[in-house]
Design a protein around this ligand. Structure first.
Ligand code: PEP
Length: 264
């Protein structure tokens, strides 16, 4: 983390929690967050509850002062109409979301989303004024074949196609090696830093150095209190996208503390 980029940490609750446990988790985190962020707002945070709990979790976050942003796990790119099961950008804004995940590895590899669809969703999010958290990352086979940087470059180039330099101010990249998500295996700090530096270089080539230097790149993949500080200390790692550890208030708060300390 460099001092010029504020660390950002997101909690991706995936298909977990219910009304009671989701609101309790949000309250436990939101009540303590202001002390961690401090007067200088040393870290930004968002949580991504499942769609049915967005409104109620949003109310809890607002009641605690609104320091933690409400985000969704996905979006559909069409504004309205006959798209059964889907949720539009306007609907997310209506319930108070300010950010959304795009192209999470589970959407790519379990649900089968293509780069083209993810790009459409990225545009829909940005046009609606949502922060777009574009998730990228290689599978184990791709890593073992030495294709990590090529996969990241491909997913970035396709995912950001048509996104302007100005719009990049509302884009966060989440580098999440697929083999590290939910497996307990974490990329070493050195491997993660190398991937992040290569991602920043791709951004510099797609846009310019200033844009690349300003874009936050989160690490995701079995990030937990015991490894967060080392990961966030790397110069190109600007916080994290957290799955399993975001479901335990104490662990998520410890990760937020590590992120706040990394920007100091
Ligand atoms: C994620 O879902 O984005 C993630 C990183 O999950 P986990 O922390 O559980 O690996």
């Amino acid at each position: 983390m460099t001092a010029s980029r504020k660390p950002i940490v997101g909690g991706n609750w995936k298909m977990n929690t219910n009304t009671e446990s989701g609101t309790a988790l949000a309250r436990a985190v939101a009540d303590v967050f202001p002390d961690i962020a401090g007067a200088d707002h040393a870290v930004e945070a968002f949580v991504c509850p499942p769609f049915p709990f967005l409104a109620q979790v949003g109310e809890v976050l607002q009641a605690a002062g609104g320091g933690i942003a409400l985000a969704a796990q996905d979006i559909y790119h069409e504004p309205s109409g006959a798209f059964t099961g889907e949720v539009s950008a306007a609907m997310l804004k209506d319930v108070g979301c300010t950010a959304v995940l795009l192209g999470h590895s589970e959407r790519r590899h379990v649900i089968g989303e293509s780069d083209e669809l993810i790009n459409k969703k990225t545009h829909a999010a940005l046009e609606a004024g949502l922060t777009a958290v574009l998730c990228i990352g290689e599978t184990l086979d791709q890593r073992e074949a030495g294709k990590t940087d090529a996969v990241n470059k491909h997913q970035l180039t396709k995912g950001l196609e048509g996104v302007s330099t100005d719009q990049m101010a509302d884009v966060v990249i989440a580098y999440e090696p697929v083999w590290a998500i939910g497996t307990g295996k974490t990329a070493s700090a050195e491997d993660a830093q190398a991937a992040h530096a290569a991602i920043r270089e791709v951004l510099a080539n797609l846009y310019d150095q200033k844009t690349a230097d300003a874009t936050r790149i989160q690490y995701g993949g079995s990030c937990k209190p015991s490894n967060a500080a080392e990961l966030f200390a790397q110069p190109d790692i600007d916080g994290g996208l957290i799955g399993g550890a975001a479901l335990k208030a104490g662990d998520f708060l410890d990760i937020l503390r590590a992120a706040a300390a990394s920007g100091a």
